[in-house]
Design a protein around this ligand. Structure first.
Ligand code: UDP
Ligand code: GLC
Ligand code: MN
Length: 331
């Protein structure tokens, strides 16, 4: 067990916040495995210090970038070239088996049983189910595999410009060879999928074990008010039948990640005279204050984005809004 680990990656302070919540969620569900965070050189010292409190190992890696603007543009995610950095996880050869989790995932129950699976086990991608989604996967560290993957990147590139394209080309018999390598969808439940097949979510969603906040807008892009325990811009219906995963992420962030962050960052970034809850919101936003709000778009553009899997699922296309609309049809 000591030679098995959950692994994540953060190349920025924002993704580091995700890694902190993820680490906390794994610990809260009493994992018996080690926790490893791969970080890039741009992660700040205070964020590294918080990661050290939560992770058994915090390893600095070189940032690899596909530089493949053309393929990344097809996904409308120019930022994802750096996900090639994820491939470094194969170099963790002191571990015999690992489970990689994206920094934008949240664990809802103990998932140590994933270590019973073999490389490469993963759940289907919600956009193209014959491909696996590389936000959650089981792998065996090996320098040999790492070298082969890097060679594959340089020789063939990636069909999506990120790690998921390379990994699907490399482990190209995943879809057909061995059903035990298909993780149940509850181990990588992306919010996009919830909306596109709501009845299935109502049937199986209660068993969800890992939520993946896949897409451009991440939980840390929102503002949370610690007093009212609400997320700004999200309409919350207390009679909501469905779990609000975004709120769960923020509850964990504010209760377990903000206190150590505040310790590490000190009071210096805060202006005087603010309330405790202002302080919390401010620490949470420390590295996102330059992020512009999502632009207003026409319904035609919105439809196009939907069809391209780019739903604004935590804003306009939020689960609450969609559930309400469906309910209005059912009434
Ligand atoms: N990542 C990172 N820095 C970045 C972009 C991505 O560290 O600038 C890592 C992080 O672990 C993230 C993963 O790569 O969860 C995949 O990116 P993302 O989750 O944004 O992709 P999506 O799941 O939305 O397609
Ligand atoms: C995907 C995956 C993510 C991966 C990205 C780039 O949508 O969710 O984990 O890094 O594509 O390939
Ligand atoms: Mn992700």
């Amino acid at each position: 067990m000591a030679d098995q680990a959950f692994v994540t990656l953060a190349t920025t302070d924002n993704y580091a916040k995700g890694a902190m919540v993820l680490g906390r969620s794994l610990k809260n569900h009493n994992t018996s495995r080690k926790l490893v965070a791969l970080i890039g050189p741009n992660v700040s010292e205070p964020s590294r210090a918080v990661l050290h409190k939560l992770y058994d190992e915090v390893r600095l890696v070189d940032v690899l970038d596909s530089g493949d603007a053309a393929h990344l543009a097809l996904m409308k995610r120019p930022d994802l070239g750096v996900t090639f950095t994820k491939l470094h996880c194969w170099t963790l050869t002191e571990y015999s088996k690992c489970v990689f989790l994206d920094a934008d995932t949240l664990v809802l129950s103990n998932i140590d049983e994933l270590f019973e699976r073999e490389e490469l086990s993963a759940a289907p991608d919600p956009g193209w189910p014959d491909c696996f989604n590389s936000g959650v996967f089981v792998f065996r560290p090996s320098n040999d595999t790492y070298e082969k993957l890097i060679t594959a990147c340089s020789e063939n590139g990636s069909f999506d410009g990120g790690d998921q394209g390379v990994l699907n080309s490399f482990f190209n018999n995943w879809a057909t060879a061995d059903i035990s390598k298909h993780l149940p969808f509850i181990y990588n439940l992306s919010s996009i999928a919830i909306y596109t097949y709501l009845p299935a979510f109502k049937q199986y969603g209660r068993d969800a074990k890992v939520i993946h906040f896949l897409g451009k807008v991440k939980p840390w892009d929102y503002t949370y008010d610690t007093t009212s325990k609400t997320i700004k811009g999200q309409s919350l219906d207390p009679s909501d039948l469905y779990p609000n995963y975004l709120l769960q992420w923020w509850e964990l962030f504010s209760s377990s990640v903000l206190p150590p962050m505040k310790e590490e960052y000190g009071e210096q970034p805060f202006h005087s005279g603010c309330t405790e809850s202002d302080v919390h919101v401010e620490v949470a936003q420390m590295h996102i204050s330059h992020q512009p709000p999502p632009p207003q778009i026409s319904s035609q553009e919105r439809k196009q984005q939907w069809e391209q899997g780019q739903a604004d699922y935590m804003g306009m296309d939020s689960f609450d809004n969609i559930a309400k609309r469906l309910d209005s049809f059912l009434k």
